[in-house]
Design a protein around this ligand. Structure first.
Ligand SMILES: O=C(O)c1ccccc1N[C@@H]1O[C@H](COP(=O)(O)O)[C@@H](O)[C@H]1O
Length: 229
């Protein structure tokens, strides 16, 4: 895959994806119970996120495993970690049946990790931008995808705040781009059209009163996937 172009994944060598069009993938993050997980999948979520870091959305490995056991096979199970030792991440991943690891801690500063401690699961590296912080220099590209979230001092994610997506327009990212930070049903369509990311990721934008709201999840997915990119 050509470096810098893979946020627009090719479907075949002869048919340009621009001609064919594709729908963005959607990850619903901060899942804490089985009914919500199944409703999100039914609504069309491609991935569910389980936060193992300190957060009001934090789940124990036991709870995550219990939810994951009920999921159908073609849904990604992503564990979200903040500055957790790799061996601990690997243990939780194996126990829960995670299919991808999201590193949302300070790892972006020194992105020279090896994937082997994570049992070679796909690794999504969070990069926090905005608030005066521009795009980082591409580190050593060990990650399988980059998730762009809003920078807020002392907060590693789930801020509910958006950054200027224009910074990602025509980005020369060597891996698939995942857009996050303050997305909701009202703004995700514009964000997808502008950035044309591989996937979008949402947490606070599909909640009411601090809990996941099934109607908001459905509307978010309809809006996100309603545009061909
Ligand atoms: O959701 C959390 O509580 C969280 C805690 C620590 C690290 C990451 C977290 N979530 C990630 O935050 C972004 C955006 O969230 P929001 O839509 O702005 O509320 C998303 O990538 C989650 O994976």
């Amino acid at each position: 895959m050509t470096a810098g172009r893979c946020n627009r994944l090719k479907t075949s060598a002869s048919v340009p994806d621009a001609a064919l069009g594709r729908r963005v993938r959607v990850k619903i993050c901060g899942i804490t119970d089985t009914p919500t997980a199944l409703a999100a999948v039914e609504a069309g979520a491609d991935a569910l996120g389980f936060v193992f870091a300190t957060s009001r959305r934090q789940v124990t490995p036991e709870v995550a495993r219990g939810i994951i056991q009920h999921l159908p096979p073609f849904v990604a199970r992503v564990g979200v970690f903040v500055n957790t030792p790799p061996a601990e991440v690997a243990d939780i991943a194996a126990y829960c049946g995670l299919t991808a690891i999201q590193l949302s801690g300070d790892d972006e500063i020194n992105n020279n990790f090896s994937k082997s401690p994570y049992h070679n699961l796909p690794v999504i590296q969070t990069l926090r931008v905005g608030g005066g912080r521009g795009l980082p220099r591409w580190p050593r590209c060990n990650a399988d995808a980059y998730l762009f979230d809003t920078y807020k001092e002392g907060i590693y994610g789930g801020t509910g705040e958006a950054f200027d997506w224009g910074i990602l327009q025509n980005i020369d990212c060597p891996k698939p781009v995942i857009l996050a930070g303050g997305l909701n049903a009202a703004n995700v369509r514009a964000a997808v059209k502008l950035v044309k990311p591989y996937a979008v990721d949402v947490s606070g934008g599909v909640e009411t009163g601090g809990h996941k709201d099934i109607d908001k999840i459905k509307e978010f997915i309809v809006q996100a996937k309603g545009v061909l990119i």
